[in-house]
Write a protein that binds this ligand. Structure first.
Ligand code: HEM
Length: 405
């Protein structure tokens, strides 16, 4: 039994304290939330099993969904109204076969080949941001100047947001992310503004579809007649939200981790071919997206890791625990860029496995490599215990990272 949940992190380089103990206790451990009990899935094998089992649902409307257990009472009419306003197209919350209708439309946009074609654009964005940092002087907040800006500008390119609107887009995405766990007035305002903006972008493409992601979605929709206008708006919104905060947190966190480890950083400088493996290890090691992405509910009675799970029982897969499971990773608490950690679950597993993972890998690799190449004297200003790590946030990261060179 876990005493309380969620368990906050206390160390920037480790999952929450209790995870190791829970993982050794059992593959599934119960925890009590105000609205009922929920299973925590602690080990790698069972995490993969839950995330691939067709008898497991991710739909928040499925009875017993674990997110509902955080509250003692059912949501009010007003809360439901606000929630459903932005529900269209959010295929991350849908089960097959509906989920596949949406996902299939986007798969061609995220193939390895397509991402390879995007690399020069990502490189150009990263270079421009570094030019700007260098122009401003010899210090910066890496979160503000770089971490938040890279994914925001990359998504602008992907969605075909005109250059003139980049500032608007960047400032609103920043508001969206600046908010704490429960959101805020500001973040709700930002959601509305971004949604309305994307609504306009889709409407424009409906008048004149171009040869870009939004144009192709509009054309595909016309040909298949499958989705509504709002569904397309929601899909582009999901790309933005899913791809922004995650990448924005990984960039500064990875830079900080590598600066603390001069030997491994030197190895990467000497052999840049090592970057892809280093990116995988950073993703595994930090597991910034933990249980919050992996909210599931059993729709039939089943057995997982020898444990009976009844239909209607909720589960949270602890991704950060699975990624430190010694049954799969040798010396799991060590950061080792040579381990080739491709089987981590930092991008999830199964039908919902991160659609943007190839893009994320390209962004991280280009961002880290270029930053360390172009600013060889980069260093963090301040000690670890003075840095504003997001211990209280559902997606781990840094609120600011003062650097100098
Ligand atoms: C470091 C960066 C990233 C991390 C750690 C990450 C992590 C994840 C995880 C764990 C899931 C699975 C959620 C689940 O099982 O329900 C997911 C899904 C998803 N991600 Fe990412 N992600 C990242 C970047 C991106 C990017 C750059 C994009 C696109 C621009 C993106 C788009 C999506 C989408 C659309 C889904 C939903 C897929 C589906 O339900 O079929 N992600 N991501």
């Amino acid at each position: 039994m876990a005493q309380s949940f969620p368990v906050p992190r206390t160390c920037p380089f480790a999952p929450p304290d209790d995870y190791g103990r829970l993982r050794e206790e059992a593959p599934l451990v119960r925890t009590r939330l105000p609205g009922g009990d929920v299973w925590l899935v602690t080990r790698h094998a069972e995490a993969q099993q839950v995330l691939t089992d067709p008898r497991v649902s991710t739909d928040p409307m499925t009875p017993g969904h674990p997110m509902a257990a955080f509250s003692e009472r059912p949501p009010t009419e007003e809360e439901l109204r606000v929630r459903t306003r932005f529900q269209a197209g959010q295929f991350i919350d849908m089960d097959p076969p509906e989920h596949g209708v949406y996902r299939r439309m986007l798969i061609p946009e995220f193939t390895v080949r397509r991402i390879r074609e995007m690399r020069p654009g990502i490189q150009e964005t990263v270079d421009l941001l570094i030019d700007e940092m260098l122009k401003q002087g010899s210090s910066a907040d890496l979160v503000e100047a770089f971490g938040l800006a890279v994914p925001s500008l990359v998504i602008c390119r992907l969605l075909g947001v005109p250059y003139a609107d980049h500032d608007f887009f960047q400032s609103r995405t920043r508001q969206l992310i600046g908010a704490g766990p429960g959101g805020s007035e500001d973040s709700f305002g930002a959601v509305t503004e971004i949604w309305d903006y994307l609504d306009g972008l889709i409407a424009e493409a409906e008048r004149k579809p171009g040869d870009d992601l939004v144009g192709r979605l509009v054309t595909a929709r016309r040909e298949t007649g499958e989705l509504s206008h709002d569904a397309l708006v929601g899909m582009t919104f999901l790309l933005l939200v899913a791809g922004h905060e995650t990448t924005a947190n990984m960039i500064p966190l990875g830079v900080h981790t590598l600066l603390r480890d001069p030997a491994q950083l030197a190895a990467l400088r000497a052999d840049p071919d090592g970057w892809p493996a280093a990116v995988e290890e950073l993703l595994r090691y930090h597991s910034i997206v933990d249980w919050v992405a992996f909210d599931r509910v059993a729709t039939e009675d089943m057995e997982i890791g020898g444990q009976a799970v009844r239909a209607g029982e909720g589960m949270f897969v602890l991704g950060a625990s699975a990624n430190r499971d010694p049954r799969v990773f040798d010396r799991p608490d060590e950061f080792d860029i040579r381990r080739g950690a491709r089987n981590h679950v930092a991008f999830g597993y199964g039908v919902h496995q991160c659609l943007g993972q190839n893009l994320a890998r390209a962004e991280l690799e280009i961002a880290y490599r270029t930053l360390f190449e172009r600013i060889p004297g980069l260093r963090v200003v301040g000690e670890d215990d003075e840095l504003p790590f997001k211990y209280d946030s559902v997606i781990f990261g840094l609120r600011a990272l003062p650097v100098a060179w």
